[in-house]
Design a protein around this ligand. Sequence first.
Ligand code: ZN
Length: 295
Amino acid sequence: MRIGQYSADDAVEPWTGVRLDGETVVNLPEAGVQAGVGIPRTTVELLSTWEWQEKTEMVVEYARETGTGLYDAAGLERHAPVTDPQKVVCVGLNYVDHAEEGGNPIPETPVLFSKFPTTITGPDSTISWSPDLTEKVDYEAELVVVVGREARRVDESEALDHVAGYLVGNDVSARDLQHGDGQWVRGKSLDSFAPIGPELVTADEAPDPHDLDIWTEVNGDRLQESSTSNFIFGVDEIVSFCSQAFTLTPGDLVFTGTPPGVGVYREPPVLLGDGDEVTVGVEGLGELRNDCAFE
Ligand code: ZN
């Protein structure tokens, strides 16, 4: 299933929905009421629901059969498929080719950092910042893991059972703040610096997460191009590693690192500016396109 959050033009609160083949979206809470299956409004609440996948599939089937809660996608606004997770965890260096590019040794264990959940924004939205605060804004194409079941001290062999699915993310980074502060939280956590989408593709329908093309284009120029087959740490290792230290809860996002080609290390550097358009994509999961604007 492809799960997103949507709103009609005049609606205040987005709702979680499933995009069917073609351009139809099932409003899960609305169809759920008619089907007698309680579905909460947001994706994080949905993923926290017992047997969420079975319930969602039941409601989608009901909507298909009865036409209840079906919307034309063209008339809906798309929001981030996941909002307000407890945590946004990120892996630092995780591509062999990226390590080689920078002359860095291959790390023996993942290096983790985080972004605040308030960084999250959706497909079609604008990445914005004040040029008085930062002059070095950069892109990072990433495969993002969405946690579907609480994970605390899970083995690698069981880790993927705790994954709801995958989506595309852009770990937007203010390099001057990231490198100037001595630690990364401010440079990684500006509002709107974590676009995700276009949808959460559930693990049962997602392709093998360790063999996916991944790329970035800025104003149509391809600047990052690699494959998750270059991962140093696989999704199972990362989820298990995180869970030894802290509990991963449903809806938590894990950004899995970026391949070579980020702007700050290019010669000459390519930094994002007012009016730029940045698109990141992952094979089988879709593309995420965002405009950039100065505040
Ligand atoms: Zn990153």
